[in-house]
Design a protein around this ligand. Sequence first.
Ligand SMILES: Nc1ncnc2c1ncn2[C@@H]1O[C@H](COP(=O)(O)OP(=O)(O)OP(=O)(O)O)[C@@H](O)[C@H]1O
Length: 587
Amino acid sequence: MSEFKRTTKFFYDYMKEYRLGFLVTTVALLASTYFQVKAPVFLGNSITELAKYVSDTEKNQNQFWQALWLLLIFYILYSVGSFIASAAVTLISGYSTNNMRRGLFGKLQRLTIQYFDSHKDGDILSRFTSDLDNISNALNQSLIDILTNVFMMVGIIIMMFRVNVTLAWVTMASSPIALILAAYLIRQTRHYVNLQQAEVGNLNGYINEQISGQKIVITNGLQKKSIKNFIPINERVRQATTRGQIYSGMLMPVMNGISLVNTAIVIFFGGWLAMNGGMERATALGLVVIFVQYSQQFYQPIINIASLYSMFQLAVTGAHRLTEIFDEKEEDTVPDGSVMEKIKNEIQLSNVRFSYNTNTEILHGVNISVEKGHMVALVGPTGSGKTTIMNLLNRFYDVDSGSITIDGKDLRKFNLKSLRDHVGIVLQDSVLFDGTIRDNIVFGNPEATDDQVIAAAKQANIHDFIESLPDGYLTHVSDENSIFSTGQKQLVSIARTILTNPELLILDEATSNVDTVTEAKIQKAMDNVIQGRTSFVIAHRLKTILNADKIVVLRNGNVIEEGNHAELLQQNGFYAELYRSQFVFGE
Ligand SMILES: Nc1ncnc2c1ncn2[C@@H]1O[C@H](COP(=O)(O)OP(=O)(O)OP(=O)(O)O)[C@@H](O)[C@H]1O
C-alpha cells in the first residue's frame, strides 16, 4: 500500500466512529461560512445606504439600519457556528488521539522481541510523544481551519460571481501564481518536516541510550565524547528544523504580498468601474467595499491553509510513523496450538541453527538434550550464544533450522501463552515495576495469597530483607528508585518465578554488583527454585553449577564439550581450563 493510502486508512480507521461529530462540525462550519461570506454584502449595502443618505438622494435611514442589523446578526451567527464546530473537533481530537495511544500501546505488547532489539527505545518513545502530539495538535487546530478555509474559499467565489462577474475574475486572476508558489513552498516544507521527525527520533534514541548508560559514561570519563557525539545529531535536528521553518515561514509573507497587490488591483478596477462603468456612484462605492473585503477574504484561506500546512504535514508524518509500528509483525501466538502440559520426558535442541541477521549465523547446529527435572548449565565465553539459546527456548526468536522439542513436540506447535505459562525466566538484569514489593512478586500469579508470597520470598532468600523494611511487603519500589541491589532484585525476580511454578526454568545468573553475601543467597535461592524442575542455567561463576546434571560448554555458537563437572574436568579441555582460571582468579 502506498504511503498516502496507508496514512489515509490510518486516519479513517481512527475517525470513523466519530462520523456524527464530523457531521455536526461540517454543518456548523458550512453555516458559519455562509454567515461570514454573506456579511460583506450587508456591509456594502450599509455603506451604499449611508452614501445615499449623506448625498441626500435618499432621506430614509431604515434601509441603512436594516443592513447594519443584518450584518450584526450574521456576525453573531458566524461566531456561534464556529464555536460549535471547534468544540466538536476538540472532542473528536481528544478521544481519537486517546484511542491511537491505546492502540499503539496494545500493539507494542504484541510485537516481537526482535522489534525491541532492533529499535531504539527513544525512537519508540518519540512515536508516543512527539508524533502523537503532532497529530493531536493538527486535529485540534488545523483540521477545523482547513475545513473552514476550504468552505470559505468556495463560498467567496460563489458570492463574488453573484455580485459582479468582472470584479470576481479580477480578484481571482492572480490565484494561479499564488497556488504554484504555495505548492513549491509546501513541497519543500514537507521534505524538511519529514527529515526533522526522523532526526528528532535519532536524537531521542541517543539521549535515551546516554541516560541509561550514564554510569558507564561517568566511570569511564566519557562525558566529553558523549557531548561530542551529541553535537552533530543535535545539529542535524537544527538544520532540518530551520530549513523546514524557513520554507514554511516564507509562505505567509509571499501570500500576504500577493494578496495586497491583488487588493490594489481590485481597488483600481473597482474605481475604474465606479468612474466609467455607468453605475450609480453610491452602488459603485459599495461594490468596491465588497470586493476589497472579498479580495482580502479570498486570499486569507489560501494563506491560512498554506501556513497550517507544516502542522498538517507533521501530523501526516506522525501518522506514517505510527502506521510503521502498526504494520510490524506481531508475535505468532499459535492460537490453535496445543496446550502445554507437564514435561514428561525431555527437552531437546536438535541441530539448531540461528541468526539474528541473515548474514551472520550465531548458532551452528547446536544439540542439547535435558531430561525432565534435570539442570543443564550453559557456560562459555561472552558472545558464545548462551543468551541466544535462552531466547530460543522462550520463543523470543525462532530457530532458522533444526528444532527445539518438548517431549518430541516442536516448541512452535504449542499455544504461545500456554508455553510461556510453563516457562519461568529469571533475567540477569531483573526489572522492578512501579508498585509495592508484593505487587512485584505476585506479578505472574496475581491470585497468590500472602502466605504463598511469603513462602516464595523465603525460598528466594529475600524474606528477611523485605521484613526488615519499615513497610515490609508493602514498601513502594520502582526500577529507577530501588532500595534493592542488583542481586537482591534478582532474588525478588526468583520469588516471582517461584510463584508461577514453572515447568521449565531459564535462569541467567546475575553477575554485576553482587557482593559475596548476596552471591551466597542467590546460590541458595537458585538451588531452591531449581529443585525438581527442568532448568537451563546460564552460569557466570562456575562454582554455582558444580552440581548441574549436565554442563554444556559453548564457544562461537558450537557445543564443544558436554558432561558433568567431574567428567569435564577429567577431559581436561576448555572447561577444565576455564574452571582452573576462575578458581585461581575468581575465588
Ligand atoms: N539482538 C541481537 N541482534 C543481533 N545480534 C545479536 C543480538 N543478540 C546477540 N547478538 C549476537 O549474538 C552472539 C551471541 O550472543 P549471546 O548474547 O547469545 O552471547 P552470550 O554467550 O549470552 O554472551 P554473554 O555471556 O556476554 O551474555 C553475539 O555475537 C552477539 O553479538
